[in-house]
Design a protein around this ligand. Sequence first.
Ligand code: ATP
Ligand code: MG
Length: 312
Amino acid sequence: MKYSKRFRVEPGSKVKLADIDAGFKDRHEDRESAQSELEQNSRRLAELQYLMYAEDQRSLLIVLQAMDAGGKDGVVNHVISAMNPQGCAVHAFKAPSAEELAHDYLWRIHRVTPAKGQVTIFNRSHYEDVLVVRVHDLVPKKVWSKRYDEINDFEQFLTENGTHVVKFFLHIDAEEQLARFKQRLDDPGRHWKISESDYSERAYWDQYQAAFEDVLEKCSTEHAPWYVIPANHKWFRNLAVSQILVETLDSLGMKMPPARVDIAAMRAKYHAAEALEEGGAAADGADASSAEREAESQHGKKAKKHKDKKKS
Ligand code: ATP
Ligand code: MG
């Protein structure tokens, strides 16, 4: 099944989260039955990220939003572990600092969008400014209600400038959230994850769901789609996210860039270096420089040929 089709929110369509099965796992019984597909996706993701890095022409921004304990950290871990860290970045957005609050709400976001060739994951994002901010009346309605259009414009701007934007809402239900809170309580290794706000925010479950539904309806666009990922099963969540990322990156039609050097000349240099190495200590400097001269002359001949060809 193509998850990009199944979980994508059609622009402008209404979403009722309570009607979406957070425990969906497609045809899979359990983690084991999805394992080979997961591994295949991870391998392909690694190849595609390598290509993006090598091409150095465009970038990918992955936005993650969820209720507390929804699995954002788990997705970050899963996606990043498939990639070369050199081409990746993760940014978590917490309650804004005084400096951030003194700027417009997109200021802290835009500074860390990915450079060409890079993949960046946002763990929470500019969407908090129409989620927590709306639920807790941190700014008046007339301020936050304009932000959906502003966000769409911002994401369109990013897209037009070579950043592909993919957004995942990790959908768990209230029972699953409570089960995860319990796991955290029962496992001393997870105690550090527990915060007062997990419980205080849970009391606003319905308001958050309504705020998410508005985000999904107003901000899933052709250029920056939202996907609602059934996330009660962590392995299925990872499977769906990785499959959608593979599809997204595949659809960009990225190409391995051509060499920036004359490969024949480099090959000649390599042979010269190899001859030098094989000659070892016995091969004196004269041999080395003659091998190098040979390489140089080959390069010269090639360059001349190229020039002549251009002239004709
Ligand atoms: P975990 O899921 O592991 O608990 P987390 O992302 O919830 O990680 P926390 O430090 O627990 O991290 O929470 C970050 C908090 O910052 C959230 O309550 C979030 O709503 C809040 N936050 C993020 N952006 C904004 C914003 N623009 N305005 C107000 N609060 C924000
Ligand atoms: Mg939290």
